[in-house]
Ligand binder design. Structure first.
Ligand SMILES: [Zn+2]
Length: 93
C-alpha cells in the first residue's frame, strides 16, 4: 500500500488520484460551481477575480484547470483580460 499526500488538505491517504476521499467531494462541489460561473460569465477576469467571485482558492482553481480536462477546455474558450490569468498558471503551482 502506498500513502499519498492529498494535494488539497495535505493529509495522507491510500487511494488512486491526487486527493483524499473527503476532498474529492469538496472538489466536485467546487467544479460544479466553477462550471456554472464559467457558463454565466463571458469574461472570467484574472485568476484572483475568479477566486473572489466563486469562493474557490486560486490554488484549487489552478489544480482544476491543470487536472480537469473539462475545465481546461472550457477555460481555454475565454480570453482573459489579465496577464496573471490562466497563462501563468503553472507558475502558481
Ligand atoms: Zn484531502
Amino acid at each position: 500500500m502506498e500513502f499519498k499526500k492529498c494535494s488539497r488538505c495535505g493529509s495522507f491517504f491510500v487511494s488512486d488520484g491526487n486527493i483524499c476521499s473527503k476532498c474529492s467531494i469538496k472538489d466536485e462541489q467546487d467544479i460544479k460551481k466553477l462550471k456554472n460561473y464559467i457558463e454565466e460569465n463571458e469574461n472570467l477576469g484574472s485568476l484572483e477575480e475568479l477566486s473572489n467571485n466563486t469562493g474557490i482558492t486560486v490554488r484549487n482553481l489552478s489544480r482544476y484547470i491543470n487536472n480537469n480536462e473539462e475545465i481546461k477546455n472550457i477555460s481555454s474558450n475565454f480570453k482573459l483580460n489579465n496577464s496573471e490569468g490562466f497563462n501563468n498558471i503553472s507558475v502558481n503551482l
